[in-house]
Design a protein around this ligand. Structure first.
Ligand code: GDP
Ligand code: IMO
Ligand code: MG
Length: 432
């Protein structure tokens, strides 16, 4: 069964339990029905981030996911009222650290960790394996059923028990027949049992189910500050990523409008999140991949193992063609460069600034993976820095070589770097 948080009805919730709610993600503590609270004072260190009156901010990954979007969303919650997950499902794994605690979130937006935030799982999100190396969370099946329409159940259907029962009977009859054909020993599903199970969820979820599109439009009219939390990364976008090695949703900035019903022009600050290097989980070409001791060093120091599946992440040099493409399709206003501390201690660093494909040089990102697989990365090489930078809080205090490295990312992506992260904790952040 695929539960779509979709269409007219999705989920909005406000955390009321004393924080922290839970440390593992997944199940959530009781929350009350979404409603507005008074304005929240921003933390002083974030005030400088405001360049104007911001109505909506978006946080989008510009690589292949795991850029540390969760940390930035958490940082920005103090100057927002509502955090919205607009695509993806529990294939995402966002780790947030503060006050000595670690929180791992999958479907719920990072806003659930804060009392003053209303968290919205909007219509474009999915609630619920193959050669491309999926997270095996049923996300592809879920979006496929949504697009196919005939065999999908959406969250709003929980509010109509008779309709839900009828839908389940039709779907289960079809699926049983289908699966029996594939495997004669298959034990059929029982529609009544599934209905009974989901009726129990209905009791729990009903207070949180609402028309999230109308909710967000009312919030905008009431001048509430919205924060859109992207999952995955721009290069995993179904339409614009490295197809077929992608996820099933619009995981670049392109997905915000379709996933939430909030027009793109409402977003006055689109923050592109990049790691100071590149990682990728699962299959697909990866031009700057380091299958050597440097890649292993980055994996070890950066703890590059999947939050959801625990799989080792593939590691490589920063690829400005990848991130520049991500920045262009998502339309970023500024950048956050994350995990810079992980590169400390390396003798030299490389940034891929252009691709050579079939003897031609280009900074255009190849639209076909066959072409991407033939890329020869052309690198700019930098001297590294030896000292630990995880305690540094001002750009001016960073080693010259680290500043030069970040400046080059800014130059190649044609975008200002406003945040540099030097450790997983909320405090380990430099605003530039
Ligand atoms: P997301 O999916 O984009 O939210 O990213 P993940 O949470 O999956 O992966 C990022 C990982 O890096 C998490 O374990 C974070 O705690 C950690 N992290 C975030 N920022 C930094 C940083 O600046 N330095 C280091 N060393 N770790 C960081
Ligand atoms: P966050 O939000 C990194 C990858 C999977 C696989 C491909 C398709 O934590 O950045 P799927 O299960 O979505 O059908 O898998 O996409 N993938 C991610 N990689 N971070 C993620 O999310 C990812 N979500 C999916 O590894 O290659
Ligand atoms: Mg992640």
């Amino acid at each position: 069964m695929s539960d779509q948080a979709g269409g007219q009805f999705s989920v909005a919730a406000r955390h009321v339990a004393p924080r922290p709610p839970n440390k593992t993600g997944g199940s959530i503590e009781p929350r009350e029905r979404a409603r507005y609270t008074g304005p929240v004072s921003p933390q002083p260190f974030l005030i400088s981030l405001r360049n104007s009156i911001v109505s909506a901010t978006a946080v989008v990954g510009l690589q292949w996911g795991d850029e540390a979007k969760g940390k930035i969303v958490d940082l920005l919650t103090s100057e927002h009222d509502i955090v919205i997950r607009y695509q993806g499902g529990n294939n995402a794994g966002h780790t947030v650290k503060f006050d000595g605690e670690t929180y791992k979130l999958s479907l719920m937006p990072a806003g659930v960790l804060h009392d003053h935030i209303v968290s919205v799982v909007a219509t474009g999100a999915s609630r619920k394996g193959e050669a491309i190396g999926t997270t095996m969370r049923g996300i592809g099946t879920c979006y496929r059923e949504k697009a196919g329409r005939a065999h999908a159940v959406r969250i709003g259907d929980l509010l109509y028990p008779d309709l839900l029962r009828r839908r389940l009977q039709e779907i289960v009859a079809y699926k049983n027949q289908f699966l029996k054909t594939l495997d004669p020993s298959f034990q059929p599903f029982d529609a009544d049992a599934i209905f009974a199970e989901y009726s129990a969820y209905t009791t729990l979820l009903t207070p949180y189910i609402c028309d999230t599109t109308a909710f967000l439009h009312r919030a905008l009219a009431a001048k509430k500050r919205l924060l859109f939390e992207g999952a995955q990364g721009s290069l995993l976008d179904l339409d614009h990523g490295t197809f077929p090695y992608v996820t099933s949703s619009s995981s670049s900035g392109c997905g915000i409008h379709s996933g939430s019903g909030v027009p793109e022009r409402t977003i006055s600050r689109m923050i592109g999140i990049v790691k100071a290097y590149t990682t990728r989980v699962g299959g697909g070409p990866f031009p700057t991949e380091l299958n050597n001791e440097i890649g292993q060093h980055i994996r070890d120091v950066g703890h590059e193992y999947g939050t959801v599946t625990g799989r080792p992440r593939r590691c490589g040099w920063f690829d400005a063609v990848v991130a520049g493409y991500g920045a262009r399709i998502s339309g970023v206003d500024c950048l956050a460069v994350m995990l810079l501390d992980v590169l400390s201690g390396l003798d030299e660093l490389k940034i891929c600034e252009t691709y050579e494909i079939d003897d031609e040089r280009t900074t255009d990102f190849p639209s076909h993976v066959e072409r991407l697989a033939r890329v020869q990365p052309i690198y700019r090489t930098f001297p590294g820095w030896k000292s630990d930078i995880s305690h540094i809080r001002r750009v001016a205090d960073l080693p010259t070589n680290a500043r030069r490295y970040v400046d080059t990312i800014s130059e190649l992506l044609h975008s200002r770097v406003e945040i540099i992260s030097v450790g997983p904790d909320r405090e380990q952040t430099i605003l530039s």
